[in-house]
Design a binder for this molecule. Structure first.
Ligand code: AOF
Ligand code: ZN
Length: 339
């Protein structure tokens, strides 16, 4: 099963699907392995079968698969049918699929057709946002900020400060690449003028850059965000009256953290990164909607400056599962909300 999880991690750009790995074992020998490579491509089980030297080797074999095999006709036919057809004797699954299309039905189909099914869950961090999305009917929200030793994210409120180091910057690119939406507030858009792109690699589905604004018509089209063609969504209170670039979509409404997340849920967004500023972070945290915090702690003090979370009253939020990593002279702190 550990090997199957390692195999699963090879998948890239699988959203809205999970990363899945599969290993075929017979007489204590690994005969084949495969993973789900990219959204819309073959499922892990099918790739594992394809890797066999002789397809008859699947007969009476044990299939280890990190996720319950699917039982539905999606972009590909159901894997459970193939498993039964090839005469696999036993299937060991890493977890039940929380997707209601499949959930439990895959296991039932296999058992009904005489296949032995066992569950062997290992504590893997794989597919956390996929699982969270289906279990909570809401995307997993991560808040990320870089702050000084005295908890400031900006020295002056109208000019961008470079808070964290190069290693933190590179790490945050990796964090961005794991999201489908990167969300910021209007003030951050204007003051920081960020591009919100993933710099280190070309993605087939780059994260959508989303900004909460009061009036879309007041946003300058000279901002950096408009200089690249990754999709942009504006959550605006007003309707747009100008010609906007093709990659821009305006979603009009009265936006709160709750209503934004509800909208994102309808769009099947599983992972959202809130990247500033203090006020938007405070609003999401106070609404109890943040599951994960990533903080880059820079080895300096600003004294005056903007606090990381600020602007609304709220009851303390407790986190656990804390990990700390050293990135040269910065620390990376990752923590998960207690449920
Ligand atoms: C995957 N890869 O290896 C497995 C999946 O539209 P489809 O046919 O690609 O089906 C997607 C669903 O199939 C997915 O949400 C999950 O429930 C199930 N299993 N999906 O993309 C795989 N095993
Ligand atoms: Zn499948």
């Amino acid at each position: 099963m550990k090997l199957a999880f390692e195999e699963a991690k090879k998948g890239k750009d699988t959203w809205t699907n999970p990363q899945v790995g599969a290993v075929i074992v017979k007489d204590s020998q690994v005969l084949g392995q495969g993973h789900h490579a990219t959204f819309g491509h073959e499922h892990a089980e099918i790739n594992a079968f394809k890797s066999l030297k002789d397809i008859d080797d699947a007969k009476n074999a044990t299939l280890y698969v990190t996720l319950e095999p699917c039982s539905h006709f999606g972009k590909t036919p159901p894997c459970v049918q193939k498993i039964v057809q090839l005469g696999v004797k036993k299937v060991v699954i890493g977890q039940i699929d929380p997707n209601p299309l499949v959930s439990g039905k895959g296991v039932k189909y296999l058992r009904d057709h005489g296949v032995v099914v066992e569950e062997q869950s290992i504590n893997s961090k794989l597919n956390r946002s996929y699982n969270y999305f289906y279990e909570n009917n809401q995307p997993l929200v991560t808040v990320k900020y870089a702050m000084t030793l005295d908890g400031k994210i900006n020295k002056n409120k109208d000019r961008r400060s470079i808070v964290s180091n190069q290693a933190a910057f590179e790490d945050s690119q990796q964090l961005r690449s794991q999201q489908q939406v990167i969300l910021i507030g209007e003030n951050t858009l204007k003051v920081d003028d960020p591009s919100l792109t993933v710099r280190d690699r070309k993605m087939s589905f780059p994260p959508i850059r989303a900004v909460v604004v009061r009036d879309i018509n007041q946003i300058s089209l000279d901002l950096k965000i408009f200089q690249t063609d990754e999709p942009i969504w504006f959550f605006s209170e007003t309707t747009n009256h100008r010609t906007l670039p093709e990659n821009v979509q305006v979603i009009v409404g009265k936006w709160t953290p709750d209503s934004i997340l509800n909208y994102l849920t309808t769009q099947k967004i599983q992972a959202v990164l809130v990247e500033g500023g203090s006020f938007l972070q405070a609003k999401f945290l106070s609404a109890g909607l943040v599951k994960k915090l990533v903080i880059y702690l820079a080895n300096k003090i600003y004294g005056f400056g903007l606090p990381a979370v600020w602007g609304v009253d709220f009851a303390p939020v407790n986190f656990d599962e804390l990990t700390v990593e050293k990135l040269a002279d910065n620390l990376k702190i990752t923590t998960w909300r207690k449920d």
